[in-house]
Design a protein around this ligand. Structure first.
Ligand code: SF4
Length: 354
């Protein structure tokens, strides 16, 4: 790996920042069998999004102009994600580290162990404008490694103490550990939380998101967040063409999301950029070979579904959202004991991310 022989004072936190990472050590422990952690010291915690119209938005590259995103800053405490979603758009970013976008992305996790301290320093600068900051735009901040490294409490405290609004998108039920802290934070700054739940079927969940908590556990987390006073937004993303786009599945899923207390939801079709495409289609060829031809027609050689399919899905989803009393937009930022104010909303942005 490129960064293995680097010194301790590098890494600017930006792609392909880890080519200059401050590698400290590699760790394997029995509690995380099959996973290798690479601890690094980062030099910067806040990542600035590209200026409007210049490039793909998002550290993972979502293929949208950054001008469409209501946040300019992101924080990515880790690289790689043990949640191991086959469709993960962030997979190609691992190749910047000379790691592969398949199994390495799932099992070789780079951890910025000093990120909270670095962040606090950056937020303390007089030039910091307290712009909204998004977490979960590249890899999941509440993946399993967070249980070992406990980076998020320090990040949450640093953001809160500096008066910075922030949002979190996650599939990780480990977030519940920090719920008391998030509730306190939301009394001081706008905080929004979005949960990603795209699949109810157990077998598909096991095949496509093998490292994530079960859909039921994530729905229970939505309930816990709702009970704590958050207006929870759920991302039904990605919708997997011909596997999870059936009316019955979507109806059941939106019903479960609404029953868990979420106020809003969106659904987006899967896109398959770069090496994610091969990783996903390899799985499809093994498990649903009959669908390969239809996928070739749907995606052609590109990363996105045809406009016809996108329109079809939108039209299928809209009435189901209404039927279950869910709005499409996340709306105002959840902030227990605090009224949302203009400019607070930072919670719909992650709709662009699978
Ligand atoms: S949880 Fe998110 S970041 Fe992690 S593998 Fe799945 S899609 Fe990628």
């Amino acid at each position: 790996m490129r960064w293995q022989n680097q010194t301790l004072d590098a890494d600017d936190g930006a792609l392909p920042g880890l080519s200059r990472a401050g590698f400290v050590r590699t760790v394997q422990t029995p509690e995380f069998e099959g996973i290798t952690f690479h601890e690094v010291l980062c030099k910067s915690a806040l990542n600035k999004m590209p200026t409007p119209g210049t490039a793909a938005g998002g550290a993972g590259g979502v293929g949208k102009p950054s001008s469409t995103l209501p946040f300019q800053w992101t924080i990515n405490p880790m690289r790689g994600c043990s949640h191991a979603c086959r469709y993960c758009f962030a997979r190609p970013t691992h190749e910047y580290l000379d790691l592969d976008a398949g199994r390495d992305f799932d099992a070789q996790i780079v951890v910025k162990t000093n990120i909270a301290a670095v962040l606090r320093k950056e937020l303390g600068r007089r030039s910091w404008q307290r712009d909204p900051v998004a977490l979960g735009t590249n890899t999941d901040p509440y993946q399993r490694a967070e249980g070992r490294y406990r980076l998020m409490p320090g990040i949450i405290r640093a953001l809160t103490d500096s008066g910075t609004p922030f949002s979190i998108l996650t599939k990780g039920t480990l977030l519940r550990r920090d719920l008391p802290l998030l509730t306190l934070a939301a009394r001081e700054v706008p905080v929004s939380v979005a949960v990603s739940i795209a699949i109810l079927d157990q077998e598909l969940h096991g095949g496509l998101e093998s490292g994530t908590p079960s859909p039921r556990a994530r729905l229970d987390m939505v309930r816990a967040l709702t009970d704590a006073g958050f207006a929870v937004h759920v991302m039904v993303a990605p919708v997997i063409p011909y596997l999870t786009d059936g009316r019955a599945h979507l109806d059941e899923l939106f019903g479960a999301i609404a029953a868990a207390g979420a106020t809003s939801a969106v659904a987006f079709p899967m896109h398959l950029r770069g090496s994610t495409r091969g990783w996903f289609l390899g799985w499809l060829a093994e498990t649903h070979p009959a669908l390969l031809r239809r996928y070739r027609q749907l995606y052609g050689r590109g990363a996105y579904v045809t406009p016809e399919y996108a329109t079809w899905l939108r039209e299928r989803v809209a009435p189901l959202l209404g039927r279950h009393g869910l709005t499409r937009d996340g709306g105002a930022t959840a902030a227990p004991a605090r009224t949302a104010e203009p400019g607070d909303a930072v919670d719909t942005q992650l709709a662009l991310f699978a």
